[in-house]
Each structure stands twice: as structure tokens, then as C-alpha cells.
Write a protein that binds this ligand. Structure first.
Ligand SMILES: [Zn+2]
Length: 307
């Protein structure tokens, strides 16, 4: 396993302890399961323990979010899909997982009431539609797919945030044959056609209209979320603002909540690629994203409270 040793050993110890308590027998594990125990629920137990600790000793900077109750963090790539490999020789899939764990810690420290779910907790392959499906099941209020960027030349530099193109949010006939696939989707495992199908399951016109309105609203909120992320990056990162963009990302298609793909910097740039594997850079990205969540929550409260 390529996950952070400390985390994996804690999870392993918890899982072993639970297995002993429950008398579980070692079994052929499916992905995400160890001795028949779902590891994500073990990790959630750890969250509960942390929540209890926070309640007894409140740190000074705790706050509450008005609208956001559940956040899904999606560490890009994983398993066979390594993502980009940068100038520092580190694979994107490891960096995104590390970022997700630290972001989760930071969110929970600041907003102990908020539930944070990750689409993967270790180095495992996962389809795009699986990630979206998990976010939908978790009834997430927002979805951040975490990535680092790569380019064929080494001059590309900076941070950018994507949300889905409008025709993919209210899909038409072209949905199934969409040619554009942005760089975050790179790799043979993930494909744009994996996105969850939203239309065609109900023949009722009213359902179509309601769904279109819902998607239009969600699309608008995804745009707001993308701008909040870029603003956060502008405040915390000393790099180039490449702006908010729209693309047909399979990992965003089918999401029932505001959802963005975050590209926190270029692994392939000789300077930035070295910098963003450093702990200090990761902390700046974490701070930017926590600020973005805070700003987005304000925006949600403003939009949703409009008469
Ligand atoms: Zn990526």
C-alpha cells in the first residue's frame, strides 16, 4: 500500500482490534474491506473519536457552516491510474491522497460538525462514476476532486478550477459522444463515458423540467464554488491564476451537488513541480480550500435564502 504509513497503521490497528472484538474471520477481501470490515467505516469511527475530543477541548478557531453539512473529497487517480508524474518524481495519485487527508483534518478542526467523506482512503483504482456515485450516496453538499496538473511542455504554471460545461449538466443528444476530455482525466482507467447517466430513465415531462431546473441551479452553484476555490488560491498561492474553466469531466458528470475539479499546480513545471511536493505548499493549498469552503457556504446561504 502506498498510503501514509501512520494512517495505514492506525487504520490497520483499529481494523485488527475490531476484527478481534467481533470475532471476524479473515476472508477474501473486496476492495476497501479487511477481514470483512469496511475500512471506511473504521475511518469514520476515528472521525467520531476526533469529534468527541474536539467537543471536550475546543480549539480557538472553531466555526460553523450554515449550509454545508457533508463534504466529499475525491483524491484524483489511484491504484493503476498514477495520474501525472512530475519533475520531483512523485506520482499525482499519492500527492492527491496526502492532500485529501490533510484537507480533511483541517476541515474537521475548523468545522467539527461537518462530515467529511473521501472517495478513497488508500491507493486504490476507482472509476469516475464510482466517485460521483459515492458523493451522491453520501448526499454531499459539495464535491472537490483534487488534482495536480501536467503539460507536455514544462512552461505551464499555475492553478485552475473546472466545473462541468452546461450541456453536460442538462445533457442533450451529444452527451454520449462528447469529444473533449481535459487533462485531469488522463490515464486508461478513467474515461469520459463512465459518467452516470441522468436522463432517459423517466418519461415524464414534469420530471424532466424539474430535473433541468435542479441541474441549472446546481450548475450555477458549481460555478460559484469554482470561483471560491480560485479566490482561495489567489490569496494563498504565489503562482499564476489560470482562472475558472468549464470542461466535460467524467468525474463531475452525474453529481447531484455543486462539484469542481481542482488543479492546484503543475507537476511538470521545473519550479512549481518541486515546490508543490513540499509540506508548506500543501498547507497553503489546504488553507486555500478551507477558505473556499467557508466562502462557498456564505454564498450558498445568500443564494438559497433569496426570496
Ligand atoms: Zn489528475
Amino acid at each position: 500500500m502506498h498510503v501514509n504509513l501512520k494512517i495505514s497503521s492506525i487504520v490497520g490497528a483499529l481494523a485488527c482490534g475490531l476484527a478481534l472484538v467481533l470475532g471476524a474471520q479473515p476472508a477474501a477481501a473486496h476492495p476497501g474491506s479487511l477481514w470483512g470490515i469496511d475500512l471506511s467505516s473504521v475511518v469514520a469511527l476515528r472521525d467520531q473519536a476526533r469529534l468527541a475530543a474536539h467537543r471536550t477541548t475546543p480549539p480557538p478557531q472553531q466555526a460553523e457552516l450554515e449550509r454545508v453539512r457533508t463534504i466529499v473529497l475525491d483524491p484524483g487517480h489511484g491504484g493503476e491510474n498514477h495520474g501525472a508524474i512530475g519533475v520531483a518524481g512523485i506520482r499525482e495519485k499519492h500527492l492527491t491522497l496526502e492532500l485529501a487527508y490533510h484537507l480533511r483534518e483541517a476541515i474537521q478542526a475548523r468545522y467539527p460538525e461537518v462530515r467529511v467523506v473521501m472517495t478513497r482512503y488508500w491507493d486504490t483504482s476507482m472509476g469516475l462514476s464510482e466517485r460521483v456515485h459515492l458523493a451522491n450516496l453520501a448526499e454531499a453538499d459539495l464535491f472537490l476532486s483534487l488534482h495536480y496538473n501536467a503539460a507536455v511542455h514544462n512552461r505551464a504554471l499555475g492553478y485552475e478550477t473546472f466545473f462541468l460545461t452546461p450541456e453536460e449538466v442538462t445533457p442533450g443528444e451529444q452527451q454520449e459522444q462528447s469529444p473533449m476530455l481535459a487533462s485531469a482525466e488522463g490515464g486508461a482507467v478513467e474515461s469520459p463515458v463512465e459518467g452516470a447517466r441522468l436522463v432517459g430513465q423517466h418519461g415524464d415531462d414534469l420530471i424532466f423540467i424539474q430535473r433541468d431546473l435542479m441541474r441549472a441551479h446546481q450548475h450555477q452553484l458549481s460555478g460559484h464554488l469554482a470561483h471560491c476555490v480560485q479566490n482561495g488560491f489567489r490569496t494563498h498561492l504565489d503562482s499564476i491564476d489560470r482562472g475558472v474553466k468549464q470542461a466535460n469531466f467524467g468525474v463531475l458528470r452525474g453529481a447531484h451537488m455543486p462539484a469542481v475539479v481542482v488543479e492546484a499546480g503543475f507537476l511538470t513545471h521545473p519550479g512549481e513541480g518541486q515546490e508543490l511536493v513540499q509540506r508548506a505548499h500543501r498547507q497553503r493549498v489546504v488553507n486555500a480550500l478551507v477558505d473556499a469552503i467557508d466562502a462557498f457556504d456564505d454564498e450558498m446561504a445568500r443564494v438559497l435564502d433569496q426570496p
